[in-house]
Design a protein around this ligand. Structure first.
Ligand SMILES: NC(=O)C1=CN([C@@H]2O[C@H](COP(=O)(O)OP(=O)(O)OC[C@H]3O[C@@H](n4cnc5c(N)ncnc54)[C@H](OP(=O)(O)O)[C@@H]3O)[C@@H](O)[C@H]2O)C=CC1
Ligand SMILES: O=C(O)C1=N[C@H](C(=O)O)C[C@H](O)C1
Length: 250
C-alpha cells in the first residue's frame, strides 16, 4: 500500500515540530516537506504533497489554504482564529476545487473533543454556563479556538432547547471582568507560565454545579487526532469543522 505524502506548515513551531515527528513515525505516511515562515509554498507541489498539516498562525493560514485548495492538496488545520467570514471565504475557494478536502479542528485532542460534546449535551439542563480556558503565555489568540467553539456549541444547544437567558445581576464591572461574550456565553482567558492547554466548562443550576475539565499536558495529546485527520480528510471533500466528525461519536 502506498504511503500518504504529508507536508507540515509551521514545522518548526511548538505543535508543528511534534507533528513532524508524529508523521515520520506513522507507518502509513511519508513526510515530504516541513515548511516554516519564508519558505516557498511551491515546494508542496514539487514534493508531491497530498495532505498539508497547517499549524502556523491566524495571519498566515488563509493564504496557505488558498494555495493548497487551488492545487488540489487536502489540508488538516489546527491553526485558530476562525470567524464566520473566514469560513465562508474558504467554502468559496473549495467550491472551485471540488476534489479538495479541508478539516479545521479547533482541538485535536480526544479529551478536548469529548469535553465539547459533553458540554453541548449538558448545557440545556443548567441555568448558567461559563468557560475558563488556561494556556501558556506564548499563545497569540484569546479566547482559544477550543473555548470559542465550546461556547458556540453550548449556545446552540441552549437556543435549540429554548433556555432562558443566563441569570446575571451585574450592573457595573471593570472592562473584561465578566470575560468575553461568545454567543452569550462568558469566556475567561488565563495566560500562565507553566501551563499548556486547559479548559473548564462551569455549569450551574439550583443547588448544584457541574464542572467539566480537560488538561493537555504535552503536545503529544494532539498527535492521534492529527494523524486521524490526515487519514480521513483525503476521502472527505469539502469543509469539515471539528474532529468529532471523524470520531463516530453518534
Ligand atoms: N487545534 C489544535 O489542537 C491545536 C492548535 N494549535 C494552534 O496552532 C497554531 C500554532 O501554535 P504553536 O505551535 O503554539 O505556535 P508557534 O508560534 O510555536 O508555531 C507556529 C510556527 O509557524 C511558523 N510560521 C509563521 N508563519 C508561517 C508561514 N506563513 N508559513 C509557514 N510557517 C509559518 C512560525 O514561524 P515564526 O516563529 O518565524 O513566526 C512558527 O514556527 C496556533 O494557532 C495554535 O492556537 C496549537 C496546539 C493545538
Ligand atoms: O495555542 C495552543 O497552544 C492551543 N491552541 C488551540 C486553541 O486555541 O484552542 C488548541 C489547544 O487549546 C492548544
Amino acid at each position: 500500500m502506498s504511503k500518504l505524502r504529508v507536508a507540515v506548515l509551521g514545522a518548526q513551531g511548538r505543535i508543528g515540530s511534534e507533528a513532524v515527528r508524529a508523521v515520520e513515525a506513522a507507518d502509513d505516511m511519508e513526510l515530504v516537506a516541513g515548511l516554516g515562515r519564508g519558505d516557498k509554498l511551491e515546494t508542496l507541489v514539487e514534493a508531491g504533497a497530498e495532505v498539508v498539516v497547517e499549524l502556523t498562525n491566524p495571519g498566515a493560514v488563509m493564504g496557505n489554504l488558498d494555495f493548497c485548495v487551488r492545487h488540489g492538496i487536502h489540508a488538516v488545520v489546527g491553526t485558530t482564529g476562525w470567524t464566520d467570514e473566514r469560513l465562508a471565504q474558504l467554502r468559496t475557494s473549495l467550491a472551485a476545487s471540488p476534489g479538495a478536502g479541508v478539516l479545521i479542528a479547533p482541538n485535536f485532542s480526544i479529551g478536548a473533543v469529548l469535553t465539547m460534546r459533553f458540554a453541548q449535551q449538558a448545557a440545556r439542563f443548567f441555568e448558567s454556563a461559563e468557560i475558563v480556558e488556561l494556556h501558556h503565555p506564548k499563545k497569540a489568540d484569546a479566547p482559544s479556538g477550543t473555548a470559542a467553539r465550546t461556547a458556540q456549541l453550548i449556545a446552540g444547544a441552549r437556543a435549540e432547547a429554548g433556555c432562558a437567558p443566563q441569570p446575571d445581576a451585574t450592573t457595573t464591572a471593570l472592562d473584561g471582568a465578566r470575560g468575553a461574550d461568545v454567543d452569550g456565553i462568558p469566556v475567561h482567558s488565563v495566560r500562565l507560565r507553566g501551563l499548556l492547554a486547559h479548559q473548564e466548562v462551569l455549569l450551574g443550576g439550583e443547588g448544584e454545579t457541574l464542572t467539566i475539565r480537560h488538561d493537555s499536558l504535552h503536545h503529544s495529546s494532539f498527535m492521534p487526532g492529527i494523524l486521524l485527520g490526515v487519514r480521513r480528510v483525503v476521502n472527505t471533500p469539502g469543509l469539515t469543522v471539528g474532529l468529532e466528525n471523524f470520531l463516530d461519536l453518534g
